[in-house]
Structure formats: structure tokens, C-alpha cells
Design a protein around this ligand. Structure first.
Ligand SMILES: NC(=O)c1ccc[n+]([C@@H]2O[C@H](COP(=O)([O-])OP(=O)(O)OC[C@H]3O[C@@H](n4cnc5c(N)ncnc54)[C@H](OP(=O)(O)O)[C@@H]3O)[C@@H](O)[C@H]2O)c1
Length: 269
């Protein structure tokens, strides 16, 4: 069985480790984190192992790099010697915003097989939208094994690496925009007299249901919107208010700004 090692068990590394623990035996999962206690708490929950960065780099088949992009160079200065000494194959799995697979190899000091993921936080509950790319050194059978192990994290889509910054601006950053929308709609409900807890529940379930309608019917979101708007009715009055507030332009600009920032972060390395 392949061994899966997670360096950095924060929001994203922890979410992906949780997903892998649904398909892989705990004895083949190794966690490490700068603040060791965080890895220990997760390892107790998932019934897997805690070790250190160098052991993960020396012994695991898939090494997940779950640290912030600006920490990556420092991490590689610690683990690159262990990677270099290895006789067996190792696949590096990066989820760092803005860092290309080429940059990861340069930091690692060698031509390694690399899988680049762009996950989002709903992966923690199996509802992630996870984009991925792989360099030429990853075989199709390794990729298939990897996707099998990761499948409980949510929906996966292979994307040309050139488009990962754009995809990430929609689905990696997008949960923040969706939460703002839920919060704002709930504020509207409270302004109209709803108790806060009910307003949040209604807004969140409505967003989840509307999202499922798009995915399951395959209909254009504009068509689904039109079906809610009766002539002269209350929904079209709300749509008009959103348009007056520049809602569409704000959403488009949010994604474009996030995409630009991803590119900047990548250039800084
Ligand atoms: N959050 C998202 O929605 C999201 C989406 C897509 C991609 N990502 C990517 O996921 C990566 C992690 O982000 P995050 O949001 O999960 O950040 P995070 O919650 O801050 O997690 C990073 C973890 O790395 C640990 N760490 C830092 N340096 C380390 C080292 N040298 N050795 C071992 N562990 C170390 C930190 O330990 P401490 O406990 O000591 O701080 C922390 O637990 C980033 O590259 C980010 O670009 C995140």
C-alpha cells in the first residue's frame, strides 16, 4: 500500500488528510505540523501516525505540502536532502496558491513527479471542488490511485496548469464570497424581522439547493433565475435592486482581482 504523508495539517492539509483517511488505512497515513499538537489531535481523530517532516519526505509515496506558499522555500531547505537521498519514487503534492509545478521542482532541487491541487475548504465535509494538474513524470496509474484515495474530498476536475490561477479564483477563493452572500442575505432577513439563526439557515440551504439545481439540471443559471421571476413579482424587484447595487460587476471583479493576485504571488517566487 502507498504511504500518504501530510506536512502541515492546517485548514487545507487537515481537510485533505481527513478525506484520505476515509479510503486509506491509518497506518499508511503520516501527519506532521510545525505546532505538533495540531497533528497529534488530528492523528488521534483519524487513528493515524504523527512523525516529522524529514521522515515524511524520506518514507512516504505521496508527500502533501500543506504549508502557506511563502513557507514553501523554508520547508524545502529542511526536506530536500531527504528527498534527494531516496531510492524509491516520491510524488510531491502541492496545494499552494500561485506556485507552479516547475517552481516546486526548483525549490525541491530536482525533477520530481508533482501533482498540483487547487482545493477549497468544503473539501473538509466531502463537498470540495478540487482542480488538479500533474506534470509529465506522474503516470496515469499513479494519478488514478491518487484520485481514488482522495475521492471523499469532493468533485475533481483536471485542468491545464495555465488555468489553475483562474479556476482557483472561482472555487478556491469562492467559498469566502458565498459566505458573504449568505451573511448578507441573512442580514436582509433580520432587517425584515426574521430571527438571526433562521435567517442564516434559510440563506445557506437556499444557496446549497440553488447550486445543486445548476449542477443536476445542467440548465444555464440565467434560465433558472428567469424561472423564479414572475412578471411584476417580488423576485424581479429584488433582482433589480441587486443590479442597481452592481452585484454582477462586483462578483466578476472579485474573481478577476483574486486571479491577478494569484499570478502576483506566483511571480514573487
Ligand atoms: N484555505 C484555503 O481555502 C485554501 C484553498 C486552496 C489552497 N490553499 C493552500 O493550502 C495551503 C495551506 O493553507 P491553509 O489555509 O491550510 O493554511 P493554515 O491553516 O495556516 O495551515 C498551514 C499549516 O502549515 C503548518 N506549517 C507551517 N510551516 C510548517 C513547517 N515548516 N513544517 C510543518 N508544518 C508547517 C502550520 O503550522 P502551525 O500550526 O504552527 O501554524 C499550519 O498548521 C496554502 O499553500 C494555501 O495556498 C488554501
Amino acid at each position: 500500500m502507498s504511504k500518504y504523508g501530510f506536512i502541515g495539517t492546517g485548514n487545507m492539509g487537515g481537510a485533505l488528510a481527513r478525506a484520505v483517511a476515509k479510503t486509506v488505512d491509518g497506518e499508511d497515513i503520516f501527519l506532521t505540523n510545525r505546532t505538533r499538537k495540531k497533528a497529534e489531535v488530528l492523528a488521534a481523530e483519524l487513528d493515524c501516525q504523527v512523525c516529522d517532516n524529514v521522515i515524511v519526505a524520506a518514507a512516504c509515496d505521496y508527500v502533501f505540502l500543506g504549508v502557506k506558499p511563502q513557507m514553501m522555500a523554508g520547508l524545502f531547505s529542511e526536506i530536500a536532502p531527504a528527498l534527494t537521498k531516496r531510492q524509491e519514487r516520491v510524488i510531491l503534492v502541492t496545494m499552494a496558491a500561485g506556485l507552479t509545478m516547475e517552481t516546486i521542482c526548483r525549490m525541491a532541487g530536482g525533477d520530481y513527479p508533482v501533482i498540483r491541487l487547487m482545493p477549497n475548504t468544503p473539501a473538509a465535509i466531502g463537498e470540495g471542488m478540487i482542480l488538479y494538474a500533474a506534470n509529465d513524470l506522474v503516470t496515469e496509474s499513479e494519478l488514478a490511485e491518487f484520485l481514488d484515495a482522495m475521492s471523499p474530498a469532493g468533485r475533481f476536475d483536471r485542468l491545464d496548469e495555465k488555468l489553475i490561477d483562474a479556476g482557483s479564483a472561482v472555487c478556491g477563493c469562492g467559498p469566502a464570497y458565498a459566505y458573504m452572500m449568505i451573511e448578507a442575505l441573512a442580514d436582509g432577513g433580520v432587517a425584515c424581522g426574521l430571527p438571526r439563526a433562521k435567517a442564516v439557515e434559510y440563506a445557506a440551504q437556499m444557496m446549497a439547493g440553488a447550486a445543486k439545481m445548476v449542477l443536476e439540471t445542467g440548465k444555464h443559471p440565467g434560465e433558472l433565475k428567469d424561472a423564479v421571476c414572475s412578471p411584476g413579482g417580488s423576485t424581479i424587484a429584488g433582482v433589480r435592486a441587486l443590479e442597481n447595487g452592481g452585484f454582477r460587476a462586483a462578483a466578476i471583479n472579485a474573481v478577476a482581482a483574486a486571479c491577478e493576485k494569484n499570478k502576483e504571488l506566483g511571480k514573487a517566487k
